[in-house]
Design a protein around this ligand. Structure first.
Ligand SMILES: Cc1cc2nc3c(=O)[nH]c(=O)nc-3n(C[C@H](O)[C@H](O)[C@H](O)COP(=O)(O)OP(=O)(O)OC[C@H]3O[C@@H](n4cnc5c(N)ncnc54)[C@H](O)[C@@H]3O)c2cc1C
Length: 450
């Protein structure tokens, strides 16, 4: 059965690799000239950078499996979790769980004993309910109910929430926040490790997938519509494939005496192709337009049309000589403040400063933002080398706002043979590479089961 995957982000890539490995005929249609979607490489004055600084953790099981399969997992640098911002440092030592968290909290710098105790109490309370809340609510409300002191929220919980969910703690889903804490801070020592890509995201996934999938990828191919013809029961005597049906799509004629069910058939406009199964792996904002001709999908389409979006801004700085970082990832302040990443893997002296979620920085002139962030960086690192070049990249719809009780659709749909993949589909994680990859793998497995 032929499968068309629409969208070559990490979800579409994972789905295509899984199906191709199982020997299924698959075509991956990607509107852009490269694979990778929101996690891709970008050319900039002779070097290749990421469209936005990303961070992974050891708990990204499906992502790690995909990168091993693509032969690029060695491009990740694994470090024990360390969160360092001015006046605060939490480092998890190489000890088995939960000792690593207990020791890390005990030795954390910048927290009073009462704050450390409050943090440990909070994690214990979540563990006692297996990180499942009776009802979803804003993460800030959950923290207040557990009497977390404001300084602890500002130094620890709010930065984790906004970095992981790309949604401020006041608006973020407490349940998804708990899921993230379960797999990071409270996960096994290996799960809580930070994984930093030491090559651009294109080399990590998109380019490697293109090399392996070869002619099964159709780049620069925007799908503009999908029409479906559901499976049909054909009675004896009617067992002749209609002329309009693409060759090979009918079971008709196999057994002249029996009633047979023809397979579903989808026709795609844009590439003008047909397929028996379709995986829609586009950005959720693109979903309603693509589903317009499928009335059975109206509920899903309407639910996704209600999503709102959060931006992520990355400032790329190229210095004459590499600034010295105490750790490759450094917070530049409390709460909403940006994080700086040392990226000497892409070019000597390269630094990425990433700022999550919406805020006044998004509307600021780029030069002003550059100067403000350079000041913050100098406060953290001391005098900086000469700046050679710089660039900002703002992804306006980097992620969906991860708010409480968001109606995230399943991977299966009311249309037989049509599947949804992407970071927004039902799952434990916020909009992340892991959520995207896991959804792509899940769709592939559902298809292989049918
Ligand atoms: C700046 C930034 C920083 C981030 N930081 C992190 C991080 O630190 N850690 C983390 O885990 N996650 C991070 N994320 C989130 C992560 O990148 C996304 O969750 C993930 O890449 C989503 O993948 P996807 O395949 O679901 O969707 P997308 O990447 O959106 O893929 C959809 C693809 O479909 C294609 N497409 C759309 N319409 C059509 C059409 N009609 N026909 C054909 N193709 C089409 C698009 O071109 C795109 O390639 C970040 C995202 C951004 C933008």
């Amino acid at each position: 059965m032929s499968v068309a995957i629409i969208g070559g982000g990490w979800a579409g890539i994972a789905c295509a690799v899984e199906l191709a490995d199982a020997g299924r005929p698959v075509t991956l249609y990607e509107a852009a000239k490269q694979l990778g979607g929101r996690g891709r490489g970008v050319d900039w004055n002779g070097i290749r950078i990421d469209n936005g600084q990303h961070l992974m953790i050891g708990a990204y099981g499906e992502t790690l499996r995909l990168l091993h399969r693509l032969g690029t997992a060695h491009l990740l640098e694994r470090r024990p979790l360390r969160l360092q911002v001015p006046g605060f440092r939490l480092a998890l030592p190489r000890l088995p769980a939960p000792l690593h968290l207990a020791t890390g909290l005990l030795l954390a710098r910048g927290l009073s004993l009462a704050e450390k105790w409050a943090a440990a109490r909070f994690m214990q309370a979540l563990q006692a309910i297996h990180y499942r809340l009776p009802e979803d609510l804003p993460a800030a409300t959950l923290l207040h109910r557990h009497r977390q002191p404001p300084a602890l929220i500002a130094k620890l919980w709010a930065p984790i929430c906004i970095a992981a969910l790309n949604t401020p703690v006041e608006a973020a889903s407490a349940q998804v926040f708990c899921n993230v804490l379960r797999d990071s801070l409270a996960g096994s020592r290996a799960d809580s490790d930070l994984l930093m890509n030491r090559a651009d995201l294109g080399s990590l996934a998109g380019d490697a997938a293109l090399a392996q999938l070869g002619p099964r990828v159709s780049l620069g191919e925007k799908v503009t519509g999908i029409a479906a013809r559901p499976p049909r029961m054909l009675k004896p005597g009617a067992l002749v494939a209609p002329a309009s049906m693409p060759a090979g799509l009918s079971d008709a004629g196999k057994d002249a005496g029996a009633t047979v069910e023809t397979r579903a058939c989808f026709t795609l406009t844009g590439p003008e192709q047909s397929a028996e199964q379709v995986v829609l792996a586009v950005h959720p904002s693109r979903l309603p337009a693509l589903l317009a001709d499928l009335p059975e999908m109206a509920d899903i389409s309407n639910a996704v049309a209600g999503f709102t979006w959060q931006p992520i801004l990355t400032l790329w700085l190229r210095f004459a000589t590499p600034p010295v970082f105490p750790f490759p990832m450094l917070g530049l302040g409390d709460g909403h403040a940006p994080w700086a990443f040392e990226r000497r893997d892409l070019a000597p002296g390269l630094v990425a400063i990433v700022m999550s979620a919406d805020g006044p920085h998004i509307g600021q002139p780029a030069e002003q933002l550059r100067d403000e962030y350079l000041d913050l960086l100098a406060q953290a690192l001391g005098p900086l080398p000469a700046l050679l070049d710089w660039k900002t990249i703002t992804e306006k719809r980097a992620t969906w706002s991860c708010i409480p009780n968001l109606p995230r659709p399943d991977n299966t749909t009311p249309v037989p043979g049509l599947y949804l993949a992407g970071d927004y589909t039902a799952g434990d994680y916020p909009a992340t590479l892991e959520g995207a990859v896991a959804s792509g793998v899940k769709c592939a497995r559902l298809i292989l089961q049918t």
